[in-house]
Design a binder for this molecule. Structure first.
Ligand code: SF4
Ligand code: SF4
Length: 129
């Protein structure tokens, strides 16, 4: 339940996130499809919470649990991916997919191996000192 409430809270916060730290995204999608089977949801660490999330946020019903990451958070895979790795609902894909990788927030700080994008902060840490 705690994880589910956190997910709700993050969903809410994502609508108002202050765009202070921006990232530079270069490269392009090479359509390998890896990100659709490696979706990280912060602080969702058990099936019960995930089912609650799916109940209240229908967008999550397309995902199934694939495992857990090094932090114990769930890794999800999408059931709407075609065999060739492309998206079967591309024109109607959710915001989560449209915005990947985001320019102003980069949650778990990873890109899949071989991803055609590169993400780095617009400013270095030293520039903020
Ligand atoms: S992992 Fe990167 S290159 Fe592969 S489909 Fe996702 S965004 Fe495109
Ligand atoms: S909806 Fe499409 S783009 Fe989004 S995770 Fe599923 S297959 Fe990938």
């Amino acid at each position: 339940m705690k994880g589910f409430l956190k997910t709700c809270w993050y969903e809410f916060l994502s609508l108002f996130v202050v765009k202070k730290v921006r990232y530079k995204v270069t490269g392009h999608c090479i359509k390998c499809g890896k990100c659709c089977q490696d979706i990280r949801i912060k602080d969702a660490d058990n099936e019960k919470d995930f089912k609650l999330t799916q109940f209240f946020f229908p967008m999550y019903r397309r995902f199934v649990i694939k495992g857990k990451d090094e932090n114990g958070d769930l890794i999800l895979g999408c059931t709407l991916q075609n065999d060739d790795g492309t998206c079967s609902v591309y024109e109607k894909r959710p915001r989560l997919c449209r915005n990947f990788p985001k320019k102003y927030i980069y949650f778990n700080g990873i890109l899949q191996d071989g991803c055609g994008f590169k993400v780095e902060p617009e400013k270095k840490f030293e520039d903020y000192l």
